[in-house]
Design a protein around this ligand. Structure first.
Ligand code: BG6
Ligand code: MG
Length: 218
């Protein structure tokens, strides 16, 4: 029985993964190297500072900066990222997402957000999505990044429910691993082979229903 769905935000409900990538790639370019989309895959689901380390490593600059300089680089990246986010509207919610959330509500299924992002609240507000969730866990509430299960366990706790009845929707390998470690089933969203460990996979929420979810994994 599935009575709770927990959603990652970036790359699942909205296409902000491309904004994260562009902001990191711009920073890398200014530092004098190119950061490719393939290298960008590894930053998905990973915290801001851990993503910075991935980018700097790609440019052979992992030992170049002090902690203070790294904090400054991360702040600058975030400003670039937020400039992209500022262009978002409710139309940027990915196809099928609102219908699926409404379908869950009709079936009495509880919903939570489980995101590593400290900008999740801003994005939910820009996209008029905040009210769709019974609980919101974001990067400001957790201390351990995915693949640690903390973000999803906290979601289950806020919904007073057991991990066994929760399903996590994720576009990142680190998120699928976090769900598994939380004792939850998972739906990989997207076409990445990196999501092969998910319980099931979808490429879009279009025409996806609670009934299909239950038929496939319950
Ligand atoms: C995750 C993204 O949702 O949030 C990562 O997939 C990102 O790419 C992480 O690094 C932290 O986001 P933010 O908005 O706090 O920098
Ligand atoms: Mg994501």
């Amino acid at each position: 029985m599935i009575t709770c769905c927990i959603f990652d935000l970036d790359g699942v409900l909205v296409d902000t993964a491309r904004f994260h990538y562009r902001a990191w790639a711009d920073m890398a370019h200014e530092l004098g190297f190119e950061f490719t989309p393939e290298q960008g895959e590894a930053t998905k689901g990973v915290s801001r500072m851990a993503s910075l380390d991935i980018v700097l490593r790609a440019g052979g600059m992992e030992n170049r900066f002090t902690q203070e300089e790294k904090e400054r680089l991360a702040t600058e990246k975030n400003a670039r990222y937020l400039a992209y986010v500022a262009t978002m509207t409710p139309d940027d919610v990915l196809p099928g997402v609102r219908d699926f959330l409404a379908d869950l509500k009709r079936h009495g299924v509880k919903t939570a957000l489980g995101s590593a992002s400290k900008n999740a609240g801003t994005i939910l507000d820009r996209c008029a999505l905040r009210d769709a969730f019974d609980a919101i866990v974001d990067g400001t509430l957790i201390s351990r990044a995915k693949p640690d299960p903390e973000v999803f366990l906290k979601g289950a706790e806020l919904l007073s429910t057991s991990p066994k009845v929760c399903v996590v929707f994720e576009d990142a390998a680190a998120g699928i691993e976090a769900a598994t470690r939380a004792g939850m089933r998972s739906v990989g969203v997207g076409d990445g082979q990196s999501l092969a460990r998910a319980t099931m996979n979808i490429t879009t929420f279009e025409n996806f229903t609670y009934e299909t979810l239950c038929k496939t994994i319950d």
